[in-house]
Write a new protein. Structure first.
Length: 597
């Protein structure tokens, strides 16, 4: 086929069904992932700048205190992650099922729980900063400065948590750009205040933490612009507090918290190991790695946040084909990005360490070595994260717990402890690589019951009876070409005949697709070429049908025009169908049309 095949109709026969080509899903996934990555990078720039300014202006002792205090920020983010990721995962399933009232209740509950828990954390950190610093491993020399940073960060607990929660929901309503705006505002203010604290006001770690807190507050104010939109999906609604609802959200989001908490505990234990092995310079070297890993984690969170939304939505739809495609796409981009980052770290480890910390040759050499070992662990880390967030969104909570505890704690600390006794400090650095490698043989027997003809299905942990029988599902991707659409409709007509659908229903199904998909081709795309529409028809046992039409054109809700006298086609489809459901998420229009038997 020539280059025009990019926009041609793809017909792949497999088990008596037509498959989509996945280009629409990949394009939408890539678009959201890039936006999420940039938002994460911009947001995490503040933390990286904190480390750079502290290391280059305040000194190595303050850098060590910053390292001791870093688990506090991780724990705050971990608690926020429970409500952000748990709520987002449940909400994406509700959206996939078309239950938008439940989605809004979910959003409201997540915000309320974030505020209540944030107040508790803030009070604890402000009143017990010194005991917390000692618990984190800071000795007499570092307790006061560590406590100063803890108090500065604690003041911003509420905006830190709310930004994480609200940003997660913005992506579900196609408003991820507002999350990006909030991240930019936060970073500009944080970087500006950090530089002022370091070079003009000559402040300390308390002021550094306070600058971060104020920057998150500014970001939240910027994100409030979302609630001025007329077509917003999310807004606070009246809810009845239910212990089961709260427990369900916490259980769903807990793997993300376990991930951060496990990693925080691992950092504390590794700090003790490093201090015992080579002294405080080991803790300082790990602080450099932690500062950089925060930046890289922001990139990886762009991938995992995207797969969390896509997996939850397709799981709610019971759409195994799209679920499989999204999982494969996430793994592909995860490997590409992680290998690229690893190559940069391996090539420029010394230079990166020197940028983060102005220190003597011994510390920088130790830090550069830790960065090289960290680099080779990145592919295993991103794949572990993809598994964790996929399981989180597909109601495999136990598997998600298992992955995050193994990867972030057991398979990190235990190998580091054993290898340190054998080969010294390099054994500690090697722990990150081992945590990714050892996960495979441990998880494989657990997931073996999901084995099928595809290795991806095993790792996705999706059962064979996840969706209706294959012979009753028709799926196809068409480009923005009316001729290809008509060819697809003819194939759908034949599929309906072979499935025993009555002639009257066949007419209604084909007319609905022709009218609605035709409108998309003629009006939804700003330019021709490179666009796809995914069509999916499910014929139920009673011969009723559900038509799903998905595209990445301009946002258009046909239900808003159902009473418009000029929109005859939409009113016609409304009349011949038993229901129409529309939602806009992951930068795609999603339309479901129901035809009775």
């Amino acid at each position: 086929m020539n280059c025009s095949a990019v926009s041609s109709l793809v017909w792949l026969k497999r088990n008596g069904r037509h498959n989509m080509n996945g280009r629409l899903i990949e394009k939408s996934f890539r678009s959201m992932m890039i936006m999420m990555i940039f938002a994460g990078i911009v947001a995490m720039c503040g933390s990286v700048i904190d480390g750079i300014v502290i290391g280059n202006v305040l000194g190595a002792d303050e850098m060590a205190s910053f390292g001791f205090a870093s688990p506090v920020f991780m724990i705050i983010a971990a608690v926020a992650g429970v409500f952000a990721n748990g709520g987002k995962a449940q909400c994406s399933v509700s959206i996939g099922e078309g239950d938008y009232d439940e989605a809004r209740k979910n959003f409201t509950l997540a915000v309320i729980l974030s505020v209540v828990s944030g107040l508790v954390i803030m009070i604890c950190c402000l009143t017990a900063a010194e005991p917390i610093a000692m618990l984190l491993g800071a000795n007499d020399k570092y307790v006061d400065s560590t406590a100063d940073y803890i108090r500065g960060i604690a003041i911003g607990t509420l905006p830190i948590m709310l930004m994480q929660v609200i940003t997660g929901y913005l992506g579900l309503d196609g408003a991820e750009s507002l999350g990006f705006v909030g991240a930019i505002v936060m970073s500009i203010i944080n970087i500006s205040f950090d530089l002022m604290v370091g070079f003009v006001w000559h402040g300390g770690l308390f002021e550094m933490g306070l600058a971060t807190s104020f920057s998150y507050l500014a970001a939240i104010i910027a994100q409030l612009l979302y609630f001025k939109r007329k077509d917003k999906l999310f807004y606070p609604v009246k809810i009845k507090f239910s212990a089961s609802k709260i427990t369900s959200m916490v259980n769903t989001g807990f793997p993300s918290a376990i991930s951060r908490i496990s990693f925080s505990v691992s950092l504390i234990l590794l700090n003790y190991m490093l201090a015992d092995c080579v002294g405080e310079i080991g803790v300082t070297a790990l602080s450099i790695q932690t500062t950089l890993s925060n930046f890289i984690s922001a990139i990886f969170m762009g991938i995992t946040s995207t797969i969390s939304i896509f997996s939850g939505m397709y799981y709610g739809e019971k759409n195994k084909t799209s679920l499989r495609m999204a999982f494969r796409i996430a793994c592909k981009y995860g490997i590409i990005i992680s290998v690229a980052i690893a190559a940069i770290l391996l090539a420029f480890a010394e230079q990166i360490a020197a940028i983060i910390l102005n220190a003597d040759e011994a510390i920088l050499s130790l830090a550069a070595n830790s960065l090289r070992f960290y680099a080779i662990s990145l592919p295993g880390e991103i794949l572990s994260l993809i598994l964790m967030y996929h399981y989180l969104s597909t109601e495999k909570i136990v598997y998600s717990h298992t992955v995050c505890i193994l990867h972030n704690f057991v398979l990190l600390v235990l190998p580091a402890f054993l290898l340190e006794m054998a080969i010294g400090i390099n054994g500690i650095w090697l722990g990150w690589f081992m945590s990714g490698i050892l996960l495979i043989p441990i998880m494989l027997p657990i997931l073996w019951k999901y084995r099928s003809g595809k290795i991806g299905d095993l790792w996705m942990a999706i059962s064979k009876n996840f969706e209706p029988e294959s012979k009753r599902i028709f799926e196809v991707s068409v480009s923005d070409d009316t001729n290809e659409l008509m060819k697809a409709i003819e194939e759908i007509r034949n599929f309906c005949v072979n499935s025993g659908v009555e002639k009257n229903n066949i007419f209604r199904i084909c007319l609905s697709i022709e009218e609605m998909a035709g409108n998309i081709i003629n009006h939804a795309f700003k330019s021709k070429g490179g666009h796809f529409i995914d069509l999916r028809l499910i014929v139920n046992e009673d011969k009723s049908g559900c038509i799903s039409i998905r595209d990445n054109g301009i946002k258009f809700n046909p239900l808003a025009y159902q009473n418009n006298q000029n929109q005859y086609g939409i009113r016609l489809i409304r009349g011949i169908s038993t229901g129409i459901d529309y939602h806009y998420t992951t930068s795609m229009n999603n339309l479901n049309i129901y035809i009775s038997s």
